[in-house]
Write a new protein. Structure first.
Length: 403
């Protein structure tokens, strides 16, 4: 399928605009990184505890910050979550810069946040548990003890299953928050069960839905390994393209991919996205995607070098880009639509990952013809005043005759 036929755009004549755009993006990204004293590392890399708290209404972020300062954890951060997939942004991620590992650190982080939430938003009802924080075993114990269904000796298994159903309804259908115990009637709780639950539970307007922890040593090691893996990937691609084409083609492709990664990291800093292990996976994905697009253009250059021996190298490159333009628009456009939907509808967990892919596809596509190809043309102009070094495997030898 071809969207454009007989395209005759002078891409190399517009190379200065591509380099100008890249320069602006790189400078803005570096300035943002310097202003923020580095990138925003996620829990995977910096260590600490992340507590995901969901609210029934828009969260009072300023009130929470004040409450955390009163509890002595004011150096932690609160990140509001905008989750289009789940119909709102009533959720925050609280990053605790605590040190420690294991279950004790998890419990300590969760307890610290619960103390802040209860002291700031209300301590609930004395002598009762928060139903939104109760485990199925706790619910089953209450029901077994009160036996609202008068099951007698058969109460244990029946109430254990009922408790699981109620907790599943709370977590899945109510997204972790039951604002009124009467809502549990939809999960099979009759009037007697509801009365028993009201004697022992109350409902808060918030719930802790997830707690994660990474030790500082582990985070530092992961950060080092992420850099090493990325550099190894670039080195491997440089060797492959240098062998498959010529070394200048490999150098240009790697510089273009390196440019893609730097711009993506700069935009992460500008928009305050955190760098996590999933983001590293996305960066490696965009490295491969951008490199593939570049190789397609380079391969077409090699084919045209056999057929256009009397043309200048600049014209060969322009023709090659124009001939692959329909393929670029088709593949990049469809992929971009997919990752854009993922970015908009994928939820908070995939937000940074999908953002890296969105940016990577846009920047990686334009760098293939706007950065990598002009670098090869510039090197050829500098080396021979317009003469072209033909990629290995062509019948034209190592140089094309100048027009």
């Amino acid at each position: 399928m071809e969207f454009f036929k007989q395209v005759d755009l002078d891409w190399m004549g517009k190379a200065k605009y591509f380099f100008g755009l890249s320069g602006i993006l790189l400078i803005a990204g570096v300035a943002s990184i310097l202003a923020n004293h580095g990138l925003f590392y996620g829990i995977d890399f910096k260590g600490g505890t992340v507590v995901d708290v969901r609210f029934s209404n828009p969260p009072p972020v300023d009130t929470l910050r004040a409450g955390m300062a009163q509890q002595g954890i004011g150096n932690s951060t609160i990140v509001p979550v905008s989750d289009l997939a789940n119909g709102g942004g009533n959720e925050v991620l609280i990053n605790l810069e605590e040190k420690g590992q294991g279950a004790e650190a998890l419990d300590a982080g969760k307890t610290a946040i619960l103390n802040v939430l209860h002291s700031t938003l209300g301590a609930g009802e004395p002598g009762k548990q928060d139903f939104n924080a109760a485990a199925p075993d706790s619910i089953a114990d209450v029901l077994t003890r009160k036996d609202p269904l008068t099951l007698g000796t058969a109460a244990g298994d029946r109430y254990a299953q009922l408790a699981k159903d109620l907790a599943q309804y709370r977590d899945r259908d109510r997204r972790g928050i039951v604002t009124d115990l009467s809502q549990l009637s939809a999960a099979g709780a009759n009037a007697g069960v509801l009365a028993a639950l009201r004697d022992s539970f109350y409902t808060s307007q918030f719930a802790i839905v997830n707690v994660e922890i990474v030790g500082p040593k582990v985070g530092s090691e992961l950060r080092r390994q992420a850099v090493v893996v990325t550099l190894y990937a670039l080195l491997g691609m440089l060797v492959y393209i240098a062998f498959r084409f010529e070394w200048v083609y490999g150098a240009a492709a790697v510089l273009a991919v390196f440019h893609d990664v730097l711009i993506t990291l700069g935009l992460f800093s500008i928009f305050h996205f955190e760098i996590s292990l999933t983001v590293i996976a996305a960066l490696l994905t965009l490295v491969g995607y951008s490199m593939n697009d570049t190789i397609v253009i380079f391969d077409r250059i090699r084919e045209n070098a056999r057929l256009m021996r009397r043309e200048s190298f600049k014209d060969i490159v322009n023709r090659s880009i124009n001939q692959t333009l329909s393929r670029t628009i088709l593949t990049s456009g469809l992929t971009f639509l997919t990752v854009m939907v993922l970015f908009l509808m994928g939820g908070q967990v995939l937000r940074a990952f999908s953002f890296a892919l969105v940016v990577g596809i846009l920047v990686g596509t334009y760098s293939s013809f706007g950065i990598a190809a002009p670098l090869v043309v510039g090197w050829n102009n500098w080396r021979g005043g317009g003469a072209a070094v033909v990629p290995s495997g062509t019948a034209a030898g190592t140089k094309l005759r100048k027009t």
